[in-house]
Design a protein around this ligand. Structure first.
Ligand SMILES: Nc1ncnc2c1ncn2[C@@H]1O[C@H](COP(=O)(O)OP(=O)(O)OP(=O)(O)O)[C@@H](O)[C@H]1O
Length: 246
């Protein structure tokens, strides 16, 4: 079964002569348990696709289905039980005056869980932090630790689909691999489906089964990772990206 199906998605910002067509006619699907990458130059529309799925992007047309349900214009609370997003910048995505315990506890209670203590402890273990981080505040954490908290928060509702928007690009190179490996393990353990934006082909090669190459709002090619590794891209722009990453 497909966890995500996107058909002829157009997303735009602004009106008339100020209108920016950020995504143009994107079509792809992601199977349950698959990890799918979106790559392409800055401004090509990668993040906008994730934002359209979560209901954060401006105006859109086309079809988006998650777990067999076609999405309307509004996202119900139940949607966020299935779909969660991890943002690029854990500094911006965590409230500075909320402790780790508050961040996780509030998310859990919002989604109707009662056994908050046990779940907070389990989430902290699952992301490799452990209980000693429970009552810390974001400013007492390193970038990698903050991103682990953001990942724990995303996992709290027990989602099926995680949208990852450059989850390591704001981090020191030394901790990027740790976070990527954590994400690989979590997907394996929980049978999660990932859609991951990155401008780094080596990250996508490590994390994903297939990828879409975007340019100026359009998907120009969909490749599997074996084709990526064998440099088998057909579209000239994909070949250019591959050459630039060698
Ligand atoms: N809120 C917004 N208002 C107006 N234009 C926007 C908005 N968000 C994105 N855009 C425009 O939409 C286009 C696609 O942006 P998007 O952030 O999706 O690209 P991206 O491929 O994710 O780039 P990056 O790798 O730099 O994040 C760009 O031209 C961008 O300027």
């Amino acid at each position: 079964m497909n966890m995500l199906e996107i058909k002829d998605l157009n997303v735009w910002f602004g009106h008339s002569h100020n209108r920016v067509n950020a995504v143009k006619g994107a079509t792809f699907s992601v199977a349950e348990g698959e990890s799918f990458g979106l790559v392409g130059e800055s401004g090509s529309g990668k993040s906008t696709i994730l934002r359209a799925i979560t209901g954060l992007a401006g105006q859109w047309s086309g079809e988006i289905s998650v777990n067999g349900m076609q999405l309307g214009k509004k996202r119900e609370k139940s949607f966020y039980k299935t779909v969660q997003m991890v943002f690029q910048d854990p500094y911006a995505s965590l409230h500075p005056r909320h402790s780790v315990d508050q961040v996780l506890g509030e998310t859990l209670s919002l989604h109707g869980f009662r056994d908050l203590d046990a779940r907070v402890v389990k989430l902290l273990d699952d992301v490799g932090l452990g209980q000693k981080f429970r009552f810390r505040y974001p400013h007492q954490l390193s970038g990698g630790q903050r991103q682990r908290v953001a990942i724990a928060r995303a996992l709290a509702p027990e989602p099926k689909l995680l949208l990852l928007d450059e989850p390591t690009s704001a981090l020191d190179v030394s901790v990027q691999a740790e976070i990527l490996n954590l994400l690989v393990d979590l997907r394996k353990d929980r049978g999660l489906t990932y859609v991951m934006v990155s401008h780094d082909l080596s990250v996508v090669g490590h994390m994903c089964d297939r990828l879409a190459v975007m340019k100026s709002g359009e998907i120009v090619e969909i490749l599997n990772v074996a084709e990526l590794r064998q440099l088998k891209a057909q579209h000239p722009y994909s070949q250019e990206l591959l050459q630039a990453s060698l």
